[in-house]
Ligand binder design. Structure first.
Ligand code: HEM
Length: 500
């Protein structure tokens, strides 16, 4: 943590925030390749699609190699994805998180909330220290029954769909599940997502805000106010709705009129003072943190679950191994206890592998704390930054072998993990600003996959080809599955319990 504060001091003086173009901070930018057809004024737009900027960058990366740059109008960005360069940029003594591009676009919404705070902002350390214990082992064990409760609502819905012979909308239902899980475990709030046919308006507003931030990434700031006037108005209304909803949740907790509590994240935000300084989070900061957790805590997890279910439905041999493990480890227990979840080692590898191929937060940005050289070859001035393309790092043959596109959970067997270089797997980011919710997400996703595979057979739509929709996070677009009910002993026992 001290490193973040030190870096901040240098940074505070030297670095303009946000979208500083690479030519300010990379003195030897010429050494870094860019796409060959550069159009004057607009830059590298040939073949670019505003809806799929990430998939465009993947194609460019495959052509240009482990470091490259792309220019959009006056701004040029450096992308890094080779295993060696990614390991170098993970060095916390020389680099730190950079709040830029999509993340900076969220600042008007969540300001100095944990995810969007600049490294030097005092509220980052304060909130981190107050909230980190909310993700301890004890805290996680407390969330487990709530996670089970939400999973039961999902299976009730999927049972209905199965009986009707209808397909399930995987990303839609995983989004409901993940939103209810973080909102109930974090804030004692029930959005009633499974009782609605259409998404809760909170979700619609949140998705609108993420999509707006994404569009602002690709539309130059000079013409954005004109082009996005209508969208900006909708964005302001969405933001007002989010703030209003969160204020109601907080007020109900303060007044004691809401359920929940028992030391959840909201209780920590309201009641816990910093152990050293005695400082507390302000009301405005609490609002920002609640929105941050609701956004960060559900889109990414629902995508991870959706991709895992896609691959499981297409790889019967993987599904059979996962199910054998679940039946063996959980036996005929009606519901798994907290400790039973981490025992599903193979199921966890399925998730790891799904997050390798489709890290649902597909990139993160890093900036130089002082003058340095990336990979001993690319000089950088203080504040110069690059986007680490996790999604390509996870496909670098140097680390992952000759067939990185193949889905193979055995890549995460302990011996295989030990044989790889460090820093080649980063779905949760890196360093002091890595994901605080990692354990929460992994526990939730492993638990839910265990429950679903134990209960259902998964039948993919034979005509479906994986399509990726890009907001700030990734999702398999249009993924549906048909279900069959399994009838082994474990499931029939569970059924008789659930029916009672
Ligand atoms: C599979 C699920 C998830 C993935 C792939 C993921 C990924 C990430 C990544 C890559 C970062 C670092 C971003 C950066 O460097 O700019 C991050 C940060 C963060 N994540 Fe997650 N996340 C997941 C789930 C969650 C959950 C469940 C929560 C909350 C319960 C959460 C809360 C946060 C917060 C608050 C930060 C900012 C941390 C800080 O800067 O101090 N995430 N996440």
């Amino acid at each position: 943590m001290a490193q973040v504060a030190e870096g901040a001091a240098a940074e505070g003086a030297a670095v303009p925030k946000g979208f500083r173009s690479a030519h300010h901070g990379w003195p030897a930018l010429d050494r870094i390749p860019h796409p060959s057809y550069r159009v004057p004024v607009v830059g590298d737009v040939l073949g670019a699609n505003v809806r799929t900027p990430l998939q465009d960058s993947m194609r460019v990366a495959a052509r240009l190699g482990p470091i490259f740059r792309r220019k959009a109008f006056a701004k040029e960005f450096v992308f890094v994805w080779g295993a060696d360069l990614a390991a170098d940029i993970a060095d916390e003594s020389r680099f730190a998180k950079h709040v830029g591009l999509g993340v900076a676009n969220l600042r008007p919404v969540v300001g100095d909330g944990l995810f969007t705070a600049y490294n030097h902002e005092a509220n980052w350390q304060l909130a981190h220290d107050i909230l980190a214990p909310g993700f301890s082992r004890d805290a996680m064990a407390g969330y487990h029954p709530l996670m089970l409760d939400v999973a039961r609502r999902l299976t009730a819905r999927w049972d209905e769909r199965e009986r009707a012979g209808a397909a399930v909308d995987v990303p839609g239902d995983m989004t409901k599940l993940a939103l209810e899980t973080i909102s109930r475990a974090g804030f004692g709030h029930d959005f009633g997502s499974f009782e609605r046919e259409r998404p809760h308006p909170f979700v619609t507003s949140m998705v609108g805000i993420l999509a707006f931030a994404q569009r602002r990434n690709v539309i130059p700031s000079l013409i954005a106010p004109m082009l996005l006037r209508g969208a900006a108005r909708r964005n302001a209304a969405d933001l007002e709705y989010l703030n209003h909803t969160v204020d109601e949740i907080v007020t109900a907790r303060r007044d004691g009129t809401a359920a929940g509590g028992r030391g959840d994240l909201l209780d920590r935000m309201l009641d816990v003072a910093h152990p050293d300084t005695g400082e507390r989070l302000s009301a405005e900061n609490i609002r920002r943190q609640v929105i941050t957790f609701l956004v960060a805590g559900h889109e990414t997890t629902s995508g991870a679950l959706s991709f895992a279910l896609h691959y499981l439905s297409r790889h019967p041999e993987v599904l059979a191994r996962a199910r054998e493990e679940i039946d063996r480890v959980w036996g005929d227990k009606e519901e798994p206890a907290y400790e039973d979840v981490a025992k599903l080692r193979y199921v966890r590898r399925v998730l790891d592998e799904a997050l390798r191929l489709w890290p649902t937060a597909p990139a993160f940005a890093r900036e130089a704390r002082g003058t340095t050289e990336l990979g001993g070859a690319h000089p950088m001035l203080p504040g110069a930054w690059a986007l680490v393309l996790t999604i390509m790092l996870h496909r670098d043959p140097v680390a992952w072998g000759p067939d990185p596109e193949a889905f193979d959970p055995d890549r995460f067997e302990p011996a295989a993990v030990r044989s790889r270089p460090a820093h080649v797997y980063k779905p949760f980011g890196t360093g002091a600003r890595a994901c605080i919710g990692r354990q929460f997400a992994l526990h939730e996703a492993t638990l839910v996959l265990g429950l679903l595979l134990r209960r259902y057979d998964l039948h993919p739509d034979p005509g479906y080809r994986l399509r990726i929709s890009e907001r700030l996070t990734l999702m398999p677009d249009g993924l549906t599955l048909k279900l069959g009910r399994r009838t082994p002993q474990a499931v029939s026992r569970e059924e008789s319990g659930a029916a009672g």
